[in-house]
Design a protein around this ligand. Structure first.
Ligand code: SF4
Ligand SMILES: [Zn+2]
Length: 325
């Protein structure tokens, strides 16, 4: 082997990162309520609508060991481009009051800049915006690139199913308005990125990293009633997200995935959310990061092996740390 030296190329790295960032400028927080806001923690969605962006807690000072979220997102876009067959879809908006889906269009926002339209131009209500990945032969397709377990499949990602159901709800309305064909099922196209996360620890032969593609048909009921219920559910989640009252950490209505949402939540800290359990250096400050964190009204399991939750007569939850044995 020849002698060699490895030098981190700071200048080139900086330039490259700047180029990538310039190609995909941060458009800032979205003005309208988007379907994806309603598929995860509603307290987070509420916080993002009610706390000015300057008050959000960013990770700029603590670069993520696992890489830049922008680049992970770009990888997902590249996969979408690779498997897309139809046209890239424009954003659509559902006005719950008019019960109609229309093109979103733009408007001049309060700061004088052009932005996506937030309100229905007919009735003035805030509407719900959604952008499906691609549609082929009237079938909604959603592509996903993930490090989740291939073995556990899409059943393990209910938010994918809800997203598809959201897009199909929009399609149903468009189809009804134009008497077009309509399919009550959609397709998930998944790229599983598999590393070998546990074998070595378990004393097994490590496997090389692999990648696989699977497609799934997700079939929903053809009848109207479940779609009506789903529309009402989305309408209620939207009302909670936009309303003045801070929503509780409700595991029933607010779909919440602490395993991936909380640590990157930009409003967990300013909201003093009990599930935000890190100090500014990223250390876990068990039990609840911020002094004076409000009591929960519904139990949230941070680490079920370490916490016992009991609901008292007033519906508040007491948190007891399990003592070390
Ligand atoms: S920290 Fe977690 S539970 Fe709290 S608001 Fe953010 S995503 Fe929701
Ligand atoms: Zn309207």
């Amino acid at each position: 082997m020849l002698p060699y030296e490895i030098i981190y190329d700071t200048e080139y790295t900086t330039g490259l990162r700047a180029e990538v960032a310039a190609k995909f400028p941060d458009s800032g927080p979205r003005a309208a309520t988007h379907l994806s806001d309603l598929l995860y923690c509603l307290l987070k969605a509420w916080g993002k609508q009610h706390i000015p962006v300057e008050g959000w807690h960013g990770d700029a000072d603590h670069p993520d060991d696992e890489g830049d979220p922008l680049l992970s997102w770009l990888q997902g876009l590249q996969f979408e481009d690779l498997v897309s067959k139809g046209e890239r879809q424009p954003a659509r908006a559902l006005c719950f009051k008019c019960n109609v889906v229309s093109a979103v269009g733009g408007e001049i926002g309060p700061n004088g800049l052009y932005r996506e339209r937030v309100h229905c131009p007919v009735c003035g209500e805030r509407w719900l915006v959604a952008t499906p990945d691609f549609i082929v032969d009237e079938i909604v397709h959603e592509s996903k690139q993930t490090r989740k377990s291939q073995r556990r499949g899409p059943e393990d990602a209910p938010w994918w199913i809800e997203q598809l159901a959201g897009y199909i709800l929009f399609r149903r309305k468009q189809a009804a308005a134009s008497a077009r064909d309509f399919h009550h099922w959609g397709r998930l196209v998944v790229n599983w990125l598999m590393g070998d996360y546990g074998s070595r620890k378990k004393g097994l032969k490590p496997r090389p990293p692999r990648s696989a593609i699977d497609a799934f048909k997700v079939v929903f009921p053809p009848t109207d009633a479940p779609w009506q219920d789903w529309q009402e559910e989305l309408r209620e989640r939207k009302r909670i997200t936009e309303g003045p009252d801070r929503p509780p950490l409700d595991m029933v209505r607010s779909p919440r995935y602490p395993q991936f949402e909380c640590s990157s939540c930009p409003v967990g800290k300013p909201l003093r959310c009990p599930a935000w359990i890190w100090d500014d250096e990223g250390n876990e400050t068990y039990p609840f990061g911020v002094p004076g964190a409000p009591q929960l009204t519904t139990a949230v399991v941070v680490d079920p092996t370490r916490v016992t939750w009991t609901e008292d007569a007033r519906g508040l939850v007491e948190v007891t740390e399990e003592k070390d044995q």
